[in-house]
Design a protein around this ligand. Structure first.
Ligand SMILES: Nc1ncnc2c1ncn2[C@@H]1O[C@H](COP(=O)(O)OP(=O)(O)OP(=O)(O)O)[C@@H](O)[C@H]1O
Ligand SMILES: [Mg+2]
Length: 327
């Protein structure tokens, strides 16, 4: 066990924000435990210390990128990942692809020793609310990478004329600071280069993007997302390692999604009722179903109910459907 003095010193360094001291004391505790023959505990402590060190290194990289690159203000946005893979519902094909992506990225050193490279550029396309942004966040979380979002629609309208040079800055950042870079609303630059009403600027930007993407051999992970696959130039597709299709949830996914979202609440739904729930939810996106689940849970809590019934959930799903058809 750590001594009282070590615990005091740990708390003191935590309160004063002295991370280096915190880690030094934690290492002393681990060494002490190892000496006492508590090998398992010592190993666990070392593992936690390494994680803390890596997190600190990532954090300081992010800070230096944001501080030194004022020109990236308003283009590159750093945020904490907000969702875990276990909270997302995917088709079998999607799950398989993500498993492979994660495995390759995590074991990239092994691949590189054979002169092979992990998948690290992916394009996600599909209707709103099917989990594209959530996937990017969950991947950053899983790969322990800082999460950066680039708003392309903002980039183009805001800096008309200098968009390509701003894009270069983004790719410089991708090279200098390892992270997951998420190009949201990708269609803003991805629209077909041959389209007759295309703005010259967008065409130039798209060409630059293709070039930067192709030349990028960094360690960062690049995710692009769009609602409109048809708008995208075919030349883009072969620059990505994987192009993933997102769709509204199928019935088997609906049950999984609702069960996950309401896992903390008692559900009273029979097998037959599940079929009806799936029918009602058909045509809604994952995001809409998630919101309906939250509504049902809130109602149950405020009305002091003890469990969620088939009726509670279908009522809220119907509400979401009506709201959708009124838009
Ligand atoms: N596949 C999914 N599994 C579980 N929850 C999901 C899924 N997709 C979406 N959600 C829920 O809906 C929220 C919104 O989804 P998200 O923003 O990822 O959709 P999107 O595909 O990026 O939409 P848009 O095209 O409008 O940007 C998520 O934060 C999550 O709570
Ligand atoms: Mg999104």
């Amino acid at each position: 066990m750590a001594t009282a003095n070590q615990i005091k010193a740990l708390l003191k360094s935590h309160v004063t924000g002295d991370d280096e001291k915190f880690i030094t004391i934690a290492m002393q505790v681990a060494a002490h435990e190892a000496k006492q023959g508590h090998t398992k505990l010592a190993q666990e402590l070392k593992h936690l210390i390494n994680e803390a060190k890596n997190k600190k290194a990532r954090h300081s990289n992010v800070l230096s990128l944001v501080r030194t690159n004022r020109e990236l203000d308003g283009i590159l946005n750093h945020s904490e990942p907000y969702i875990d893979f276990s909270e997302l519902t995917f088709s079998e094909k999607q799950s398989k692809t993500f498993k492979r992506i994660i495995q390759e990225y995590k074991q990239q050193e092994k691949l590189k020793s054979y002169n092979l490279h992990p998948r690290r550029k992916i394009l996600l396309y599909g209707p709103p609310g099917t989990g594209k942004t959530a996937t990017a966040s969950a991947l950053a979380n899983e790969l322990k990478l800082p999460f950066f979002t680039i708003r392309l629609d903002g980039l183009i309208t805001k800096f008309m004329g200098e968009t390509a040079s701003k894009l270069r800055l983004v790719f410089d950042a991708i090279r200098s600071t390892r992270g997951l870079y998420f190009f949201d609303e990708f269609d803003a630059i991805g629209s077909d280069r041959m389209s007759p009403n295309d703005v010259g600027e967008i065409r130039r930007v798209l060409n630059s993007f293709l070039q930067f993407l192709e030349q990028d051999h960094s360690d960062s992970f690049i995710v692009a997302a769009t609602n409109y696959k048809n708008l995208l130039d075919p030349a883009l597709f072969r620059r990505f390692d994987d192009v993933l299709h997102y769709d509204l949830p199928e019935s088997s996914q609906i049950k999984h999604l609702i069960s996950c979202k309401l896992s903390e609440f008692p559900l009273q739904i029979t097998a037959n009722e599940w079929k009806k729930v799936e029918n009602v939810a058909e045509g809604l996106s994952h995001a809409e179903i998630s919101r309906a689940c939250e509504d049902a849970a809130k109602q149950m809590i405020l009305e002091e109910g003890t469990s969620l019934s088939f009726q509670n959930i279908t009522d809220m799903l119907e509400d979401r459907k009506k709201a959708k058809s009124n838009v």
